[in-house]
Design a protein around this ligand. Structure first.
Ligand code: C5P
Length: 401
């Protein structure tokens, strides 16, 4: 995503009450050195005057598709080419539907089709309209086409209702577009994450564990918190600092981890199981350190199966959106797809832990998100960057699938 400072920006205003915030957006974009032109839909004029938009942008406002005078100046195709960014704020449910279907029945929708520039929309509408499956399907189309959706936020609405659908504040939209701020993509979400290895005690000083560093889970916790989610991290024994803004609960064994997860899961919208949980634990934990015996050349430790935390959560009556990992050394994608079905989870993030490019302990990773409708490849990058990309995809699947 480009950072839009000192750019030529076309601001589209459609007909919603949030149009009263559009002049402020123009000013905030200008603060960031942008040259701004405004296009208004006919319905927008019921909420705000073209003269206001002209005053703040410093240029005449473009209003109609077949306006001979306007076309003799900068015609609609020229305007579409001029723009380096098109941002529609507010974007009504109707405009989003038009954009999703490629309809071009007025100047703004025509420009949105004719431009090669990046397009962003800041939806604003009544909460029922936002939650309607029709809107969700249209939004999904836009996201898949690479159109950036900023917000909406939740709260009191002009219609007197409370819920999602408030246009993101102009300063925040401008900051996001300029790359000054990370989008509050998950501000209405509570995310529960497990991370690190587990330690299955054999006696008070020994145990069975693995090489998981916890870095991927911690990166996801940090990224989710940066996306404004409320994050709880249930962590096995690791040597990592708690990510900023995250509440961390330390556990040792798989049984402890399950107990904490089951306590916290009812308060979660998204559950991401990253922990490398030991599949088996010693059947009995010796009370005292097991002594070496001179007349015994070997020893047998009986192991019993640990609970599968991810599958337990996914099997709940009302599970959160569940994401698991598949750390494989071969047939990564096939095994991930199998895991998706077997554990009945929404997404499996497949990564390769064998060979030289092993994800275990390393600072970088590459994953493929496998879900019921397809796959998304996230190319190799540092674990935080991979976490950011993963959460963008998880957010889309969580909201629109
Ligand atoms: O079956 P497998 O261990 O390969 O599955 C990996 C996924 O399941 C990971 O997301 C891991 O965190 C989760 N898991 C779990 N509890 C277990 C074993 C795995 O939550 N006992």
């Amino acid at each position: 995503m480009s950072h839009h400072k000192n750019k030529r920006v076309l601001v589209g205003v459609t007909g919603g009450i949030a149009a009263y915030k559009s002049p402020e957006l123009v000013r905030r974009l200008k603060d960031r050195g942008c040259d701004v032109r405004v296009v208004m839909s006919r319905a927008a004029e019921a909420f705000i005057t073209p003269l206001t938009m002209q005053a703040v942008s410093g240029h005449p406002v473009y209003q109609h598709l077949l306006d001979a005078e306007a076309e003799s100046g900068m015609g609609h195709i020229e305007l579409a080419r001029w723009a380096e960014l098109v941002v529609i704020a507010p974007a009504t449910a109707n405009f989003i539907a038009k954009l999703a279907h490629g309809q071009a029945d007025d100047l703004l929708s025509t420009l949105a089709l004719a431009t090669e520039a990046e397009v962003a929309v800041a939806p604003a509408m009544n909460q029922q309209m936002w939650q309607h499956p029709g809107t969700a399907t249209n939004l999904e189309q836009l996201v898949q086409r690479g159109i950036r959706v900023i917000g909406p936020g939740s709260g009191d609405q002009a219609c007197g209702e409370v819920g999602p659908g408030r246009m993101t504040e102009p300063e925040e939209i401008a900051a996001i577009l300029a790359g000054d701020a990370i989008e509050p993509l998950l501000s209405d979400c509570r995310v529960l994450i497990t991370a690190g290895p587990t330690w299955e005690a054999i006696d008070p000083v020994r145990g069975v564990t693995n090489h998981s560093s916890g870095k991927m889970g911690y990166a996801l916790a940090q990224a989710a918190s940066d996306y404004s989610a409320r994050v709880t991290l249930v962590s096995g024994p690791v040597h990592l600092d708690t990510p900023e803004g995250v509440s961390r609960i330390d556990v040792i064994s798989a049984a402890d981890m399950l107990e904490v997860v089951m306590r916290e899961v009812g308060k979660s919208d998204i559950f991401i199981a990253v922990a490398a949980v030991a599949d088996y634990r010693p059947a009995d934990v010796a009370k005292h350190k097991i002594k070496k015996s001179d007349d015994q050349d070997g020893m047998v430790i009986e192991m019993v199966k640990n609970p599968d935390i991810l599958a337990t959560v996914a099997a709940l009556e009302k599970p959160p959106f569940t994401v698991g990992f598949a750390a494989e050394t071969q047939n990564t994608i096939e095994n991930a797809r199998e895991k998706l079905k077997k554990k009945r989870v929404n997404v499996v993030a497949a990564n390769n832990v064998g060979g030289d490019d092993s994800a275990f302990g390393s600072d970088s990773n590459a994953v493929t998100l496998v879900h019921s409708e397809g796959e998304v490849n996230i190319p190799p990058n540092d674990k935080y960057a991979v976490a950011i990309r993963m959460l963008q995809e998880i957010n889309t699947l969580y909201r629109y699938q």
